[in-house]
Design a protein around this ligand. Sequence first.
Ligand code: GRF
Length: 200
Amino acid sequence: MSKLKLAILISGRGSNMQSILEAAKDEAYPLKPELVLSNRPEAAGLSVAGMFGVQSRIVNHKDFGSDRLKFEKTVDAVLKAHNIDMIALAGFMRILTPWFVGEWAGRLVNIHPSLLPKYPGLNTHQRAIDARDVEAGCSVHWVTEGVDEGQVIAQSSVTISAQETAQSLADKILPLEHDLYPLALAKAANELMQRDGAQN
Ligand code: GRF
């Protein structure tokens, strides 16, 4: 079976990246992790990638000042040099421009810690508590121009308890993210392969 070449973009801890790398050890997984790319040199996830034998690259956004496009063109060139088929954003804390999103349309997936379309952006856990929601969760979605607005691929949810804090809720949702992301990504990869196959 031919696998799609996957790049995982991170900015920090990389626990979602790790769950994908674990899942990809399975022969039947449709994606081969080719590259981990971080915009932060100090991202802890970089050494985890090394432990899995996956090569990593740093493209430090600070080297580009406010020139977001130049940063993205550099990232894009690295991805294309590695013949990447699909990108998973996993705690990648840069908002992407329409140019980059257009360049990778239909190949770019993100995980977000809310039940989209609720709470795009930051502070999702606190916002769910403040709204007195009964449940919260996480979503894996295709990335489009609007932040956290693309079509949802899969979601998981938990109940918000009476004493919930943003931290306790984040701690409850993170393991769901780790289960959901590899599965949703595989689903997205299969969709992409069917789409590509249909075009040939
Ligand atoms: C996760 O909660 C993810 O949903 C959000 O950022 C966090 C990243 O955590 N986008 P990690 O780096 O994967 O551990």
